[in-house]
Design a protein around this ligand. Structure first.
Ligand code: A3P
Length: 287
């Protein structure tokens, strides 16, 4: 299959055509939010599945039943994905737990009217690239990444699924009405998961005692979470995702780019990063 056949261009951004269809994008555009919806918003490969574990556990007060019995894509569905309209989200009780990979300016009108709670997660883009490179090798619905340097150029040019990492992060950090948006980084979560869970619970106005926070953080540690068959994609047939090539829950660390990028690639990355972020004031956890 030619590269362009893998993608639909939607609002200037590449989307894998087999997962995001005209019908599913229409469903997203017409989605009616509620003020108490909780949406995790994340550029791909920055910790989406991790958040699909953490947020339901916070909301259940640490009861593992939702994450033990419901697969992640039904538990916290992607609003834009093709299977989502069949989940009858309009019938789910509040608070509904939702996710999306979209940029701020791609959100539907109801989002701006209702202003539901958002947790936006960011990750060092060099690690996002590394994770994405392996994910593209394993997933048959994604473009073959080809040689690493070639894929790096595509990533830095935003010619990958969900477009430019730079545009995505800037769009959500520059969002208006920021009091309904919490920003957190993958690196902060790696550094101190208990603290991150506690802060998220506070933002979600869920009162949790120390013991519950500890229990949730422990369950969501990489080594524990990767055993959860409802979250590790082991139920997905190998023809869609061949985890013998790369597991979905692959390494779960900060800084793996150092094992992956050549010196020249890392230098090129830094040059592009500096240029794209030069007028942007924000102290990221990885800087
Ligand atoms: P790596 O490929 O670097 O291991 P997404 O869910 O947005 O696609 O992101 C996937 C990345 O998040 C993968 O990164 C995956 O291992 C990591 N991840 C998932 N759960 C995690 C956890 N509990 N702790 C740390 N990293 C986790």
């Amino acid at each position: 299959m030619m590269e362009e056949e893998f993608y639909t261009v939607y609002k200037g951004v590449y989307l894998p055509s087999s997962v995001y269809t005209p019908e599913s994008l229409k469903y997203f555009e017409e989605f009616v939010f509620r003020p108490d919806d909780i949406i995790t918003i994340i550029y791909p490969k920055s910790g989406t599945v991790w958040m699909q574990e953490i947020v339901p556990l916070i909301m259940s007060g640490g009861d593992p039943a939702p994450v033990d019995t419901i697969v992640n894509w039904k538990r916290v569905p992607w609003l834009e994905a093709h299977q989502t309209s069949s989940l009858k989200l309009e019938q789910r009780p509040s608070p509904r737990l939702l996710t999306t990979h979209f940029h701020y300016n791609m959100m539907p009108s109801s989002f701006f009217e209702v202003k539901p709670k958002v947790i936006y997660v960011m990750r060092n883009p060099k690690d996002v690239f590394t994770s994405s490179f392996y994910h593209h090798e394993a997933a048959s619905f994604l473009v073959n990444p080809g040689p690493q340097t070639e894929f790096l150029h595509k990533f830095l040019d935003g010619k990958v699924m969900f477009g430019s990492w730079f545009d995505h992060v800037k769009s959500w950090l520059n969002a208006e009405d920021r009091e309904h948006i919490m920003h957190i980084s993958y690196e902060e979560m790696i550094m101190d998961l208990k603290d991150a869970v506690g802060r998220m619970a506070q933002f979600l106005q869920k009162s949790l005692d120390h013991e519950a926070i500890e229990k949730i953080a422990d369950r969501c540690l990489f080594k524990n979470m990767r055993k959860n068959n409802m979250s590790n994609y082991s139920t997905v047939p190998r023809v869609f995702m061949d985890q013998t090539k790369s597991e979905f829950l692959r390494k779960g660390i900060a800084g793996d780019w150092k094992n992956q990028l050549t010196v020249a690639e890392a230098e090129y990355f830094d040059t592009v990063y500096k240029d794209k972020m030069k007028d942007f004031q924000y102290k990221f956890a990885w800087e």
